[in-house]
Design a protein around this ligand. Sequence first.
Ligand SMILES: NC(=O)c1ccc[n+]([C@@H]2O[C@H](COP(=O)([O-])OP(=O)(O)OC[C@H]3O[C@@H](n4cnc5c(N)ncnc54)[C@H](O)[C@@H]3O)[C@@H](O)[C@H]2O)c1
Length: 345
Amino acid sequence: MAERGLPDKRRPADKVRGMTWLITGGAGFIGAHVAEAMARAGERVVVFDDMSTGDPRRIPRGVPVVSGSVLDREALDSALRDHAVTGIVHTAAKKQVGESVEKPFLYYRENVRGLQTLLEATVDAGIERFVLSSSAAVYGLPDVDLVTEETPCAPLSPYGETKLAGEWLVRSVGRAHGIGTASLRYFNVAGAAAPELADTGVFNIVPMVFERLTAGEAPRIFGDDYATPDGTCVRDYIHVSDLAAAHLAAARRLAEGGPETELTLNIGRGEGVSVREMVDLIREVTGHTGAAPEVGPRRPGDPARVVASSEAARKELGWSAELGVREMVESAWEGWCLRHPEARR
Ligand SMILES: NC(=O)c1ccc[n+]([C@@H]2O[C@H](COP(=O)([O-])OP(=O)(O)OC[C@H]3O[C@@H](n4cnc5c(N)ncnc54)[C@H](O)[C@@H]3O)[C@@H](O)[C@H]2O)c1
């Protein structure tokens, strides 16, 4: 059956080649990796970013950049028109859980109203493919061995709420306006494809431990009395290069599928790694083996175990992660040392 707006005999590969993807947040940690992976795979990409937490030096050479906010409808309309955009990968957002508790208006404005503005522009431009960056934060405190996409969502923070509300909005608009959609729920993202693409924030375990070790301090473990094999929390870590490959696979799946395609997928490795295992690995990789980890009390709201079932992504996208935790720590460390040369032993 012919899809809307495409001649009958056009094959999926032609459709994919004919796409131009707008990557919002493409100067950010994840968006830049997505832009790089998609451009390298031969997709036409354009970055749209307000540079609030992004760095233009991350954007791959040759990729056009539009500076603007997803809250700015005029800037969006011009970008979509000027670059003849046919698909969106929306990574732009605010992402700090703690900050979202302090500033819920900011998070709802940027992550929900910004998304709505982008979706309105998407619909008016007749664009039929949309990929959303979501998060495992939508699940809250899941009490299951492996988190599937059917595990109930109960976000614990305004940040997680905005991600879940964003998924609902994308799904409703996709159904009402004939847009193929994919919401990708990332688990714990780490690593870098190249040192200059590394995450510059210190919001998760890998850079937090790097920071302590660089300062000559012992890494911290928050609680070792959880019901897990070594008593510390267990998480599912995914290399950002694998995550970028998942976006490419999702974009191609949407391009090949019809506007009725609707996907919500966990993007993880399906393997649990404990905080203690991660800290020990970081100490080994960095050579900062002196100070043994300090165990402190639990942090409120930390679930014992959050590990993805990655079956649905494998089945729907033919994608699964290839890189392990060691590659994540090694590549993240190279990125850290680029900005903190004093850290290297
Ligand atoms: N990093 C993680 O561990 C993680 C985990 C789960 C989900 N996510 C999601 O992935 C996405 C990207 O996260 P990241 O780690 O790359 O964050 P980041 O802060 O490095 O990148 C976000 C990018 O979006 C841009 N941006 C922010 N607000 C904007 C706006 N209003 N208009 C245009 N551009 C705007 C920023 O300048 C930045 O370049 C976010 O949606 C985040 O919620 C991240």
